[in-house]
Design a binder for this molecule. Structure first.
Ligand code: ADP
Length: 492
């Protein structure tokens, strides 16, 4: 029964008792006058009606001490009734395929959650905040759940947007509640999906509610020690949009990048999702036709293929089922970029050339994949003009190589050209590396022209290595610096 109903019931019982008493008093004194009695009863009812209205008014004016809490359904983000409750996760690292590169860091976090005392006794504070950065569907939520499952700790899921409400103060209150619950159940994991909904950089447009919520999040994160055993995991695909304050030491200072799966990773992910299904065929073939698919897209591909096989009355899911439903899955995921075989050739040659020229010029990288390169950020205070030119030449290497090989210019070069131009602008306008101390557009173009010419020379000199690297890139969709070194050793 709600509180309001209870009040009404109690008041009604009191009214009935009072009327009873009045009648009893009238009977006792022998002068039961009905018109007097009636006006007395009316008076009592009116007084009580005022009393109830007064109570309701006070209740409405008083600050809500129980704000609506949100229970967000796992995966869907749909708000049901308001309540922050943890779940237990039975997902483990076995369920997350192809994340070998980040696994070590995750294992360390699990150990911390399992044995916080061990770390406490050595005065070690492990990260309070971990940011999982990557495009949608690559398994960020899955990783967070696997952490909770491996460590056997409660898992609090909240979506960033569920904090940002219309009413000022509600979001902040929810953040406070979330942390106090998680701390009470420590060790535990708080997972905030789409954290950019709260943590977007505070631009000119002010949003008081979001700001209040963000400030509360910052306060909460500062307010507990890492050794308390609560780890806050945030997921975003736009780390560059996040407010600087969130990324400071002691907050989300650890970042784990989760990328679209490469060829080998896709094979592993397909294996996980086909685990309990009868399958006949070659997984590598399927993985090869799914460049650009996220883990989530692969999961739905497996599902659709199984339905297809079932409808055909087959005892197995086969490769042909995957080919039959691929387009359907793609249509459902409009933003997915998959590549035709020609596009894959162009990209492979483009990226292979960048890898080879970078290794020639000593521009540091670990690996370059079909869809992403991994050039190290410069952490030097002073950079020379030669180093900057090498960077620009590396950025132009893909364009030059593809133009020479395919005798055509393609739009995929736009990001690198933009970066090259930005570097050239800095060189000319900030670093005074042109003919004049502060040069104009003409000088910027001159730097880029020079770099372009030099890159053509470098391309001719490295053509054989690039061709070999291209073959490897087509096969594996990734090139490591080691691979380039090996090719060079074989040729020379
Ligand atoms: P994100 O949080 O990055 O948007 P999710 O974790 O919600 O992605 O992934 C959605 C689903 O896709 C998962 O529940 C899982 O079925 C599948 N998936 C994604 N990545 C992987 C992976 N690496 N291994 C296995 N399945 C994956």
């Amino acid at each position: 029964m709600s509180k309001n109903n209870k009040n009404v019931l109690i008041t009604s019982v009191l009214i009935v008792i009072l009327i009873g008493l009045l009648i009893a008093a009238g009977v006792k004194s022998g002068d039961l006058n009905f018109s007097v009695l009636f006006s007395q009863i009316l008076g009592v009812i009116i007084i009580f009606a005022f009393f109830i209205m007064f109570l309701l008014l006070i209740k409405k004016l008083a600050p809500q001490n129980q704000p609506p809490q949100v229970q967000v359904e796992m995966n869907t983000g749909i708000e049901k009734d308001f309540k922050i409750v943890p779940t237990t996760s039975n997902i483990t690292f076995k369920d997350v395929a192809g994340i070998n590169e980040v696994k070590e860091e995750l294992i360390e976090i699990v150990d911390f959650l399992k044995n916080p005392e061990k770390y406490r006794s050595f005065g070690i504070n492990l990260p309070k905040g971990v940011l999982l950065v990557g495009p949608p569907g690559v398994g960020k939520t899955l990783i967070a759940k696997a952490l909770a499952g491996e460590a056997g700790v409660p898992f609090f899921y909240q979506s960033g947007s569920s904090f940002v409400q219309m009413y000022v103060g509600v979001g902040a209150k929810r953040v406070r509640d979330l942390f106090s619950k998680a701390k009470a159940m420590a060790p535990s994991i708080i997972f905030i999906d789409e954290i950019d909904a709260i943590g977007k950089a505070r631009g000119n447009l002010r949003n008081d509610e979001r700001e209040a919520t963000l400030n509360q999040l910052l306060t909460e994160m500062d307010g507990f020690e890492g050794s308390e055993g609560v780890i806050v995991i945030g997921a975003t695909n736009k780390v560059e949009l996040l407010d600087e304050a969130l990324l400071r030491p002691g907050r989300f200072d650890r970042r784990i990048f989760v990328e679209l799966p490469g060829l080998q990773d896709r094979i592993e992910i397909l294996k996980v999702h086909l685990k309990n299904k009868p399958f006949k065929g070659n997984l590598e073939n399927i993985a090869k036709m799914t460049v650009g698919f996220s883990g989530a897209a692969l999961a739905s591909l497996v599902n659709e293929a199984s339905i297809h096989a079932l409808k055909q009355g087959k005892p197995y899911v086969e490769e042909s089922d995957f080919y039959a439903v691929k387009d359907k899955v793609l249509m459902g995921k409009k933003r997915l970029n998959t590549y035709s075989s020609t596009e894959k050739e162009i990209l492979s040659y483009y990226q292979a050339a960048k890898a080879v020229i970078a290794s020639w010029l000593g521009v540091d990288f670990e690996r370059i994949s079909l869809v992403k390169d991994d050039f190290k950020e410069e952490d030097k205070e002073i950079i020379s003009k030669t180093e900057l030119m090498s960077k620009i030449e590396t950025l132009l290497a893909g364009r030059v190589a593809v133009e020479e090989k395919f005798n055509e210019k393609y739009s995929n070069a736009h990001k690198d050209i933009k970066k090259a131009r930005e570097l050239a602008i800095k060189m000319i306008q900030d670093y005074g590396m042109g003919d004049r101390i502060v040069g104009d557009e003409g000088e910027i173009a001159k730097i880029l022209d020079e770099a372009y010419k030099e890159t053509k020379v470098l391309y001719e000199a490295n053509k054989e290595i690039i061709e070999r690297a291209y073959e490897l890139m087509q096969k594996n969709e990734i090139l490591h610096l080691e691979d380039i070194k090996k090719i060079k050793d074989e040729i020379f």
